[in-house]
Design a protein around this ligand. Structure first.
Ligand code: BGC
Length: 524
């Protein structure tokens, strides 16, 4: 039963918290930072000379736990590549390798006006994107709405109602009277693993990233979403359900034809790439032309759910055990932004409680005991502390946790953050290397987005170094030289990418390619 009072309450909160912005692809492109190989910073704070022996031993033990050497990276990559193949097979494997029915790259000449909805972990973003006549150019207006925390573990109806309210508000703001509006095509970025037998449908395989809403897993989310739109008379027709990685791939390829892989390193982590239908045994029964492209949403967060190759620390095991979906997303739980701060927190609490050193001895660590109280920006701040005496980290601990760390403890804190951040970047590189090798890409660009990629210090450089180690690239003669495979900041996947996918889908239906279309009537 729908709770009207609550739904009304939620709808009142569907107020945009950022004003509408307008940007062009050029402005977006200016944002793109090419990164070149830089020496990776290890232990750049003070030396460990002043660190007492017992703490030093703890640091060394953590280094043994979290360090992944080149040989191990290569072993993980080999297994990763085999698992990608397995995911495409009829029997399937841990990595879902979901076909998405995105069946071409954009040409840059797509045109038209589309809506895009991004149901992210923190925000809900609604955009209107106009792909202009000029090649690879677009205009975008967008509003962001806060995603109330309680919605993530609440009732399914409330989620869809809230989303429909946000969309309606967006249309009212930008189009006035919606009753006269013709239905606008929408690309809905739903960044969770979904089985897509059609581009306009998606059966949620499982919630990830801390979401836990009953009654959605195992069901097609599109009718639930459409019912909420219909109940409010929101003039929108869904053109495509999209994963953020597929959006990232397509948006990046719109402006850079070398882009072959789209990645998200944010609250969650994942990648998409373009496969040929002939190399997807699980689609063989559909008799699609073998050289037709099909974007695959890998859902690589599920890599090694069976724990065959990743070396999990006791902290990783605790994270998994206490998560809403134990046994799922093994790879993601070692890499993604949602978990990095929590891994760090668990290390700190363990060193306080259980080890002879008892860090933060005789201090009240009750704030530190709160699960998920530290996010990855906390680790970023520690790694970014420029001072030899780690004074910013000291203040961070005092202000946020009411803990006063000693200088040796600060050294341990810094090293722990580096170890966790470095492990995440190096593991991420295994996924990129595995897809590149599988596809035989010796050179290409990889478009990446997400808070960890964009904001975590050294993540890019550490990832690039790991890629070099895995793929045995020779030393560079000139440090400015590009790497053969470069991971670059992506274009806006869940905005422009979603609009492009809507455009590509409408166009292919017009051209008579009806594969993977459930509701042809929506594409008239
Ligand atoms: C989801 C993916 C998504 C990734 C990045 C993961 O938790 O399963 O669908 O692409 O997060 O947002």
């Amino acid at each position: 039963m729908r709770n009207h009072t609550r739904a009304r309450h939620l709808s009142q909160r569907a107020a945009p918290f950022t004003t509408t912005t307008k940007a062009t692809s050029q402005a977006e492109r200016a944002r793109r930072l090419r990164f070149t190989f830089q020496p990776v910073l290890t232990c750049l704070a003070g030396s460990f000379a002043d660190v007492p022996q017992d703490l030093l031993k703890e640091i060394q033990a953590l280094e043994r736990l979290f360090t992944i050497d080149t040989a191990k990276l290569k072993q993980i990559t080999d297994r990763f590549q085999a698992e990608l193949d397995k995911g495409l097979s009829v029997e399937g494997g841990s990595i879902p390798m979901n076909p998405t029915w995105v069946m071409s790259f954009p040409t840059g000449y797509e045109t038209g006006t589309y809506l895009a909805l991004d149901m992210g972990g923190t925000n809900l973003r609604v955009c209107q994107i106009t792909l202009t006549e000029q090649k690879s150019e677009f205009d975008i207006i967008q509003s962001k709405y806060r995603m109330p925390e309680e919605l993530k573990t609440g009732e399914a109806d409330e989620l869809w109602e809230y989303i429909a309210d946000c969309l309606m508000q967006f249309l009212e703001t930008h189009h006035g009277d919606t009753s006269k509006l013709e239905k606008l095509p929408l690309g809905f970025t739903f960044s969770y693993p979904a089985t897509q037998n059609y581009v306009d449908a998606g059966i949620l395989q499982r919630w990830t990233k801390g979401f836990d809403i009953a009654g959605v897993e195992g069901h097609n989310v599109v009718p639930m979403f459409e019912a909420a739109l219909a109940a409010r008379g929101v003039p929108i027709k869904l053109a495509a359900l999209i994963n953020d990685t597929t959006g990232t791939l397509i948006a990046s390829a719109y402006t850079d034809t070398k882009m072959k892989i789209g990645c998200i390193f944010g609250t969650g982590c994942n990648a998409a790439y373009m496969e040929d239908c002939g190399s997807i045994p699980k689609l063989a029964h559909l008799n699609l032309p073998p050289d037709t492209p099909m974007a695959i949403n890998c859902e690589w967060g599920a890599f090694d759910n069976e724990h065959q190759v990743l070396l999990r620390t006791p902290y990783d095991i605790t994270i998994d055990k206490d998560s809403p979906r134990p046994g799922q997303q093994a790879f993601e739980k070692m890499i993604a932004g949602l978990y990095l701060g929590e891994i760090f927190r668990l290390v700190m609490v363990d060193l306080h409680d259980n080890h002879e050193t008892h860090i933060f001895a005789n201090q009240d660590i009750s704030k530190l005991r709160k699960a998920y109280s530290l996010d990855s920006s906390f680790l970023s701040a520690i790694e970014e502390d420029p001072y030899e005496n780690l004074s910013e980290t000291f203040e961070l601990f005092q202000n946020k946790l009411d803990i006063t760390p000693s200088l040796p403890e600060l050294e341990l804190i810094r090293r722990t953050a580096e170890l966790i951040g470095t492990r995440a970047a190096r593991l991420s590189a295994c996924g990129v290397a595995a897809i590149s090798r599988k596809k035989g890409y010796n050179t290409c660009h990889v478009g990446a987005d997400g808070s960890v990629f964009n904001k975590y210090p050294n993540f890019k450089a550490r990832g690039a170094l790991a890629l070099r180690e895995i793929l045995d690239w020779p030393e560079k003669n000139d440090p400015k030289e590009d790497d053969p495979i470069e991971i670059l900041a992506a274009e806006d996947g869940s905005g422009v990418g979603a609009a492009l996918i809507a455009a590509l889908t409408l166009q292919r239906v017009k051209d008579g390619n009806m594969h993977g279309i459930l509701h042809p009537e929506n594409y008239q």
